[in-house]
Each structure stands twice: as structure tokens, then as C-alpha cells.
Design a protein around this ligand. Structure first.
Ligand SMILES: Cc1ncc(COP(=O)(O)O)c(C=O)c1O
Length: 461
């Protein structure tokens, strides 16, 4: 690739790994200790996916910055992979949340705040009926159950290589023609995933119609713009076709806005004027406090309401869901953080970041591309943006990674992460993905672009 050899990548990676380890003795020691009491040395396995051999242990996360136990300060462009997109511990959230915490934590009863939240969710996202859960995975899982109940059908349709959380029905992939449980999956789930899930490629309207025509699919679950194996924008007409085909064949449409909320205050659902039957938004909706919202059409809401409440006990939500602090956090997020004003700051800066990375790619004639949704910017080691999920798996081949055994992160991606981390910038460990928060500044965006430029120069030297 334009002068970048795997040998060079591995050489620089070894240098950056050494520096990472040497400069973080306290994090390393804590990780060694944690291995005795946690599976894999972390309280949640997601914390293990960072390169470097051990994660940094965080002392404080405030605004656009994280400080670790070794005293390093990082500009955080990962922002909890969207959960903290609106900045770490913003005072607009922390003050009302703390006040609510002082008034009570969990009651299994509603607060007055929940009314304002429900009304604002309806105003903003269009659906008339809401439930509050703890995580986006939770909300998607519940949504698919509800969809099966409502339609009396069993199958879920998901787009290839999409990700919607730890949701069994969506952890299925069509891997170059073989329908299988996601490689490396904890499970495996079912012997024959085709009994649970139908997979088609994003942007393939003909395949979508063929998959829906038997009228046995309860629900299509999709992001408005795919994010999880790289940004894949819908082609013109795709969402219109998706909506009309799901209506034609009696299938519900679930829009999972959890990542694409980076597109605007009503996410890409608002930007693209989508009309889902079911809507999910987790991660940032509580401003970093655990919460997710699940919206339904009137008819589905009535079905849920008509169930004797005890029946909901059999597999919907949980006693902690909708707790008063979570509701207070959602209220503060909607009112003060997830606003036009925030996006008026974030989007121009993300555009500047995108242009800066594009200039590096162009200058060095790299076969890479950069893509953006709102305030989310990422670059990939492919010559052109993919239009289908399967296309995004190809840069893994370039990275010489065996997807089935090693996961998605290859040496070049790891190098870029560690290169940035060692110079005080955190990227999302899942891709070379950066998020711009309302408190990120232009100088910080420039700094990031400059560091990527230096890394590329070293790779080409
Ligand atoms: C689109 C999408 N939906 C749902 C989820 C699950 O979110 P959580 O892990 O917070 O449950 C994710 C996680 O990355 C996601 O990307």
C-alpha cells in the first residue's frame, strides 16, 4: 500500500507498545492485581479491547479529557464509544442528577420527571409511546420480543455485519456466503441461525424484498447509517424502499439510533425524516449515566398496555429500569446537551477534522478513505467507502488479520491507536474513529490531525 509495508507497521507498533508499557507502571500494576479477581483483568470485557496489553486505569473523566492513574492527560475522542459524546460529567447533567440521587435512587415507581421526558421524546422522535431501559442492548432485545408478539412471526432481519449490542438475534453474519453466528461469539447460540435471523446486505433493495416476501419476518432492525464496521451511508432511495417494503410485507421497522445520534439532536432519524415503528436510543441518552429509551407506534404501545402488568414480568425490562436518576439524566440530556447549540459547535469541527484527514490521504496518495456522520469521523484502510457490510471486512484482509480468530483490529489500526495514546489522544478502540464533543476545541481537532499526519510520515519514511 503506497509504500506502507507490514514490516514497517509492525516495527513501529513494537516501539509504541514498549513506550505505552513503560510510561504506565501504575495502570500495569493495577491490571496485574485485577487479574486475580476479574475475568480477563477487567470488570467488563469491553475494557479489554484496547491495544497495549492492558487498559489505562482512569482517575478522572471531565469535559473532553481523561486523566489516568499514571498522571497522563488525554484528549478523549472515544468518549465511551458515544456514551459520553456530550462530554464527561457535564455540570448541566451532574447537578440535577446529584439532586435526584439525594432524593432517592430506585423505587420501582415513576417520578414527575418521567412525564416531561416522555413528552419530549415524542416531540423529538415522533413516536407516541415510550419505555425506559438501562442499555441499548436491553432495549433492542426487548424490542425484538415485542415485535414477535405483535406480528406473531419469529424471524428478525438484520443487515450484514451490523451490530446492535449483545442481542442474540443480531449476532449473526453472512460471512462470504455462509450464514453463521458471529465469529468468536460467547455461546454459540443456535445450531441453525437461519431459524432466528435473515441477513441481507445494506443498500440491497432487491435482496431485502426477496427476504421479506415470505411474510415471516417480524422486524427489520437497522441503524439509519451503519456505523459498527465502518460508516456506510444509505444510498438514495434505500430508506424509502425499506419503509415501503416493510409496510408491504407486514414487517415492523426498528431504527437503532444509538450511534447515529451523532448526526443531530434527533439523530439521523430526524435528519432523514424516517418513520420507524420501533425506535431505540441508548448510550448518550443519559449523558453517560446508564439509560436507554425504547419508542413504539400507537398500536404496539396499546398492545403492551393491554397486557396484564404481571405478564410483562415474563421477560420485559427489569425492576431497576426507569429509575429516577436515569430519568433525571435523560431529562437533563434532552434539555441542555442534545441540542441544536451543541451540534452547531460539533459538526463544523468534525468537518474540519474530516478535511484534515482527507488532505493527509490525498497528499500521500494513500488507498484509504475518511467518512463522517455529524460529529463522528473515521478513516479506514480501503480505497473507497463501502456500500455493503461485507465490503468492510476487506480491510481486515489487508491488515493480515484472521477475523475468525483475532477479531477486527489489525496491526495498522493498533499502531494508530497507540501512536495517538502515547501522544495524549484516545481514539475508539473499535476503529480509527473520533468523536467531537460540545467541549472539544478547534485547537484539539488540529492537534489530532497533526498527530495522524506525523504517524503517516513515519510509516512512509
Ligand atoms: C448501534 C448500536 N446499538 C446498540 C448497541 C449496544 O449498546 P450497549 O453496549 O450500550 O448496550 C451498540 C453498541 O455499540 C451499538 O453500536
Amino acid at each position: 500500500m503506497a509504500g506502507i509495508t507490514l514490516e514497517k507497521v509492525k516495527g513501529l507498533l513494537a516501539r509504541e507498545e514498549k513506550r505505552y508499557v513503560e510510561e504506565r507502571p501504575k495502570s500495569k500494576a493495577l491490571f496485574e492485581r485485577a487479574r486475580h479477581c476479574y475475568a480477563g483483568g477487567v470488570p467488563m470485557s469491553w475494557m479489554r479491547i484496547w491495544p497495549g496489553g492492558f487498559p489505562i486505569f482512569v482517575r478522572e473523566a471531565k469535559g473532553a479529557y481523561l486523566t489516568d492513574v499514571d498522571g497522563h492527560r488525554y484528549l478523549d475522542l472515544c468518549l465511551g464509544d458515544t456514551g459520553a459524546l456530550l462530554g464527561h460529567a457535564p455540570p448541566e447533567l451532574v447537578v440535577p442528577l446529584s439532586e435526584q440521587m439525594n432524593r432517592g435512587l430506585t423505587t420501582m415507581l415513576p417520578t414527575e420527571d418521567s412525564i416531561e421526558v416522555g413528552e419530549e421524546l415524542t416531540r423529538r422522535f415522533g413516536l407516541p409511546c415510550w419505555q425506559i431501559l438501562m442499555t441499548a442492548s436491553d432495549a433492542n432485545r426487548m424490542a425484538l420480543k415485542v415485535a414477535r408478539e405483535f406480528t406473531c412471526r419469529r424471524l428478525t432481519l438484520a443487515f450484514n455485519a451490523s451490530y446492535h449490542g449483545s442481542v442474540d438475534e443480531t449476532l449473526v453474519v453472512d460471512f462470504f456466503g455462509n450464514l453463521m453466528n458471529m465469529p468468536g461469539l460467547m455461546g454459540p447460540l443456535v445450531e441453525d441461525p437461519s431459524k432466528m435471523t435473515r441477513i441481507v446486505e445494506f443498500n440491497d433493495i432487491a435482496a431485502l424484498e426477496e427476504a421479506l416476501a415470505p411474510r415471516d419476518v417480524a422486524c427489520v432492525i437497522t441503524e439509519p447509517v451503519m456505523t459498527n464496521v465502518g460508516i456506510i451511508h444509505p444510498e438514495p432511495g434505500f430508506h424509502e424502499a425499506l419503509r415501503s417494503l416493510t409496510r408491504k410485507y407486514g414487517t415492523l421497522l426498528l431504527i437503532d439510533e444509538t450511534h447515529s445520534i451523532c448526526g443531530g439532536p434527533a439523530g439521523m432519524t430526524g435528519e432523514l425524516k424516517l418513520e420507524p415503528d420501533i425506535f431505540v436510543l441508548g448510550k448518550l441518552i443519559g449523558g453517560g449515566y446508564p439509560a436507554a429509551v425504547l419508542g413504539f407506534s400507537q398500536e404496539i404501545g396499546e398492545m403492551i398496555a393491554q397486557r396484564v402488568p404481571w405478564h410483562n414480568f415474563f421477560g420485559f425490562g427489569g425492576t431497576l429500569s426507569g429509575n429516577p436518576p436515569a430519568v433525571a439524566a435523560i431529562k437533563a440530556t434532552l434539555k441542555h446537551l442534545l441540542t441544536e447549540k451543541s451540534f452547531a459547535h460539533m459538526i463544523p469541527l468534525a468537518q474540519k477534522m474530516e478535511q484534515g484527514i482527507a488532505a493527509i490521504i490525498e497528499q500521500h496518495e494513500l488507498p484509504w478513505y475518511v467518512a463522517r456522520i455529524g460529529c463522528r469521523v473515521e478513516f479506514r484502510f480501503l480505497p473507497a467507502p463501502p456500500r455493503r457490510g461485507i465490503d468492510t471486512l476487506l480491510d481486515v484482509e489487508y491488515n493480515e488479520v484472521d477475523l475468525l480468530t483475532e477479531g477486527l483490529t489489525g496491526p495498522l489500526e493498533m499502531l494508530i491507536h497507540l501512536y495517538c495514546t502515547n501522544r495524549g489522544i484516545l481514539l475508539s478502540p473499535v476503529h480509527d474513529m473520533a468523536l467531537v464533543s460540545p467541549v472539544t476545541t478547534e485547537e484539539e481537532v488540529d492537534r489530532y490531525v497533526e498527530i495522524i499526519g506525523k504517524c503517516v510520515e513515519e510509516l512512509l519514511a
